[in-house]
Structures are given as C-alpha cells and as structure tokens.
Design a protein around this ligand. Structure first.
Ligand SMILES: O=C[C@H](O)[C@H](O)[C@H](O)COP(=O)(O)O
Length: 228
C-alpha cells in the first residue's frame, strides 16, 4: 500500500485523541498534513473548541486556513497534547526527527507538552536508529569548523542543500548538517555529546519524549504504548 495512505490512516486515528478544550501542539510534515485536515474536520463538525500551537509556518498556515485557532507558544500554557510525525523510531521508542528541518521548533513544542504522540507509517519503525541521517540545526557562523569537528569524530556530516544547490536555511535562518552515522548504538551518549558542541542549536534525537506511537500498517492502524 502507498505510504501516504498509511500515514493518512495513522493521522486520522490520532485525530480522535483530540478532546474539546485542549491546547494542542501540531507538528510538521506530510503525515501531520493529514492530521491537521482530520482535526479541522472534527472542529467543524463537532464544534470543538481547541487552540493550536504550530511547529512550522507551513503547519500554522494550513491550520489557520482550515479554521483552527492558532496562538504563539509564548502565549500558551503547557500543552495538553502534541501530535507530530517522525523519521525513525527504534525498539525503545527513541526517535529521529528533522527530515523537514523543523526539529528545533518541534522539540521546543514537545518539551512543553504533557503528552506526545507520533504518527508514522510502518516503514519508520526500526530496531536501531541511524539509517535515517541525523539532522543538526547549526549556527552559520563557524559552521565549517563545526563540520570539521564532526568529520573528525567520524560522524559523516553533510550540509543539507536546497533546490538551488545552496545550503538550506531553517525557520531561524540556520544551516542543517545531516550526520550519516549508520547504526546509532547509544543514542543518549550521542545526544549528550551533541548537546555540548557549541554551534549546534539542536539535534534531531528525540529521546524519552514520546508517549504513544500511532502506526499505519498494511494490516490496519496500531497504537503502541511507550514506557513513559
Ligand atoms: O522536520 C520535520 C519533522 O521532524 C517531520 O515530523 C518528520 O520529518 C516526519 O515527516 P513526514 O511525516 O513527512 O514523514
């Protein structure tokens, strides 16, 4: 089955988690696109009063156009629930995000949410993280020096380029460096090391964040409970 049908099925299932009165974090990406559509439909048909906080201008625009009330995270209390996509989820419910370069804003929203749900198609479930390149958002100043340091650690860095072949810029005008590490044996150790490298604003390892994963499978939608 087409992956986008599986993403849609997972998104529609997760939209059922939304309750009247919730403060909601809305992630970014092709799976979240279906989620926003499904939530907007519920808001309209069931007259739900929900308020959303977005993790990208793309999501903010889509949600606003579909009639979901959106506010700035700085004006929001702790969010009840954030629903987002993911690029990889390992057997211990650790994740990589940032395939769309939105991981900085996504992590800020996730860490200010009581509950985090990820919506994915079955191809995102892996034993170990690392087949998907790990995204870093980095400050442009001195980024070549940081790049060299990452290369010296054998982390196989690569600048992410836009359609014009230039270094792509994030929402905050930073660069993205993807690490082609291969199998990440110890995500916490790696995350800790990356947290201490000056110039990295945020990495795409989302560790001990997710509460539930909604997976679109060929056999139907499955909800996996994380141990937190
Ligand atoms: O930066 C982008 C986000 O982390 C996305 O949530 C992630 O890349 C998954 O995207 P998609 O649902 O398009 O596969």
């Amino acid at each position: 089955m087409d992956a986008s049908l599986l993403k849609k099925a997972a998104a529609e299932q997760a939209a059922q988690f939304v309750e009247d009165g919730m403060m909601l974090g809305l992630g970014t990406g092709s799976t979240v696109f279906f989620l926003v559509e499904a939530i907007a439909k519920r808001v309209k048909e069931e007259h739900l009063h929900i308020t959303g906080v977005a993790t990208s201008s793309r999501t903010a625009q889509q949600a606003t156009e579909l009639g979901i009330k959106m506010i700035d995270i700085n004006d929001a209390p702790t969010l009840d629930l954030t629903i987002d996509g993911a690029d990889e989820i390992d057997a211990n419910f650790q994740g990589i995000k940032g395939g769309g370069a939105a991981h900085l804003l996504e992590k800020i929203v996730a860490l200010n949410s009581k509950r985090n749900v990820w919506i994915v198609d079955q191809s995102k479930l892996v034993q170990n993280l690392g087949a998907f390149p790990l995204p870093l958002e980095v400050i442009p100043f001195g980024s070549n020096k940081l790049f060299q340091r990452l290369a010296a650690e054998n982390l196989q860095p690569e600048y992410r380029l836009n359609a014009n072949g230039e270094r792509m810029r994030t929402h905050n005008k930073n660069f993205v460096i993807d690490l082609h590490i291969g199998v990440i044996e110890h995500p916490h150790l790696l995350g800790d090391w990356l947290d201490h490298q000056t110039g990295i604003v945020e990495h795409g390892l989302f560790l001990d964040v997710v509460s539930q994963v909604v997976v679109g499978k060929e056999t139907g939608v499955e909800i996996l409970q994380a141990p937190r």
